[in-house]
Design a protein. Sequence first.
Length: 275
Amino acid sequence: MSQSAAPLPGLAPVAGAGAPSPALAGLASLPSGLTPAFSPLYSQIKGLILQSLQGGEWKPGEAIPSEMELAGRYRVSQGTVRKAVDELAAGNLLVRRQGKGTFVATHVEHHVQYRFLKLIPDEGDSSTEGPAQREIIDCKRLRAASDVARALGLRAGDAVLQVRRVLSFAGRPTILEDLWLPGGPFKGLTAERLSLYHGTMYALFETEFGVRMVRATEKIRAVLPDPEQCSLLKTQPNTPLLSVERVAYTYNSAPMEIRRGLYLTDTHHYRNELN
């Protein structure tokens, strides 16, 4: 089938194209901002696969149906499905494994555990350095300030969780992080639960709270620490720090975390790959 726009309910089908599939007809109920009426067919299929991911039809780490099965499900060509899956894989939502199939990406897998952490040791790499030692300083439930509420899509005064922790490498404090999470999805998260979990925080969110972070935006600037930050990082007031402010999103660009980190960079550097 051509990858031109598929006819939607209320529009006459293109001659020879046949009637739209029931799955594509369901696109009419999607928000117009999510799926434009005249988007390419592969983009519409991508949107439908995203709906299934968001709805939990396929869990993180599980295999999704084959391209042939998806083509039959949506009544489109296998090439159309392949292009949709390629884009989802490029966005780190799906993972292709040669000879095994395509799987829902997960933060539990070792090679993607630190996908959002870009601080690299000057000597060696993250694999040789080993995981950070984590100390939970605080985890408390409070009412969201206006700036936090706005960033998380909440109302001022809604419940949020605030977490503060220090990450150390080779016993040396290197990162001080403050996090804010919406209270509803993370009900039951405690300092003890964070301390006892041996994987990454994003893996915890995914496996125990059903929230998977799929992308993030960051703002980076140089700052000087205040006295409390100096104490936690065991550094001097005139030491420049890298401030990294991150908002992490789950499916459909729903904000689920604000993370403000202060990084010491005398033995590490921030590394990003631009494609």
